[in-house]
Design a binder for this molecule. Structure first.
Ligand code: SAH
Length: 223
């Protein structure tokens, strides 16, 4: 089982990696990451590493979750859209910091698992959807913040359109190949979009459409 020492060691590692936002560090410290990783990796849950979660997907490295969350400049007033629920870990960290989090995942089996864990942990401000996140969630747009946790070659137009024109911020990894990805922050002001390149990263690809994995819940590793 993870100890307080594991948690504190991770937070210190994130600090040395340049994460300074106390609210972000506090959220990371308070979310039980061991609940989102397969049983076999539980003793590594508080290491600063990405881990497999099944169906070829991964739970992101805590350092990357912290960096993206900090870059997003989230506040309690914000409605946030997340593309790529995966394990639900990034969703939990964000939900601690924003008003409401809307999260979309293309693998229904992963979404169902994340939803049940997040509900069990008592989160009441997260709304879940199985679908193609490339299309965003037009009925609920605009969003104050959008975070994409899988990498396209270019920012999907639907997501740019659904970003609030009043200082909306999107954080998104982009790159044509896994070796050439960078994290970007896109800030929208009216029709103007400013882009800043933040860091080199490595994410699974953002893929179109919904995956047909009905009945595959049993193939997911046990949490
Ligand atoms: N935020 C996650 C990281 C998951 S990895 C976490 O904290 O664990 C990225 C996830 O994006 C994968 O689960 C993958 O299935 C999903 N994904 C890829 N393309 C997608 C799309 N078009 N719409 C929704 N989810 C997508």
């Amino acid at each position: 089982m993870p100890t307080d020492a594991n948690r504190i060691r991770l937070v210190l590692a994130l600090r040395s990696a340049g994460i300074t936002d106390a609210a972000v560090l506090g959220a990371i410290e308070s979310v039980p990451r061991e609940r989102f990783v397969p049983e076999t990796f539980r003793d590594q849950a508080w290491e600063d590493i990405a881990l497999p979660i099944g169906l070829g997907q991964t739970i992101s490295q805590p350092r990357v979750v912290a960096m993206m969350t900090e870059a997003l400049r989230v506040s309690k007033r914000h409605r946030v859209l997340e593309i790529g629920t995966g394990s639900g870990y990034q969703a939990a960290v964000l939900a601690r910091l924003c008003r409401r989090l809307y999260t979309i995942e293309r693998h229904p089996a992963l979404l169902a698992r994340a939803e049940s864990i997040l509900k069990e942990l008592g989160f009441t401000n997260i709304v879940f959807r199985a679908g193609d996140g490339m299309q965003g969630w037009p009925e609920l747009a605009p969003f104050d913040r959008i975070i994409v946790t899988a990498a396209p070659a270019e920012a999907p137009k639907a997501l740019l359109d659904q970003l609030s024109p009043e200082s909306g911020i999107m954080v998104i990894p982009m790159g044509k190949t896994a070796d050439s990805q960078h994290l970007w922050r896109i800030t929208r002001q009216g029709d103007r979009y400013d882009r800043e390149q933040l860091a080199a990263v490595r994410f699974v690809p953002l893929l179109p459409g919904v995956a047909d994995d009905s009945g595959e819940e049993s193939r997911l590793p046990r949490l």
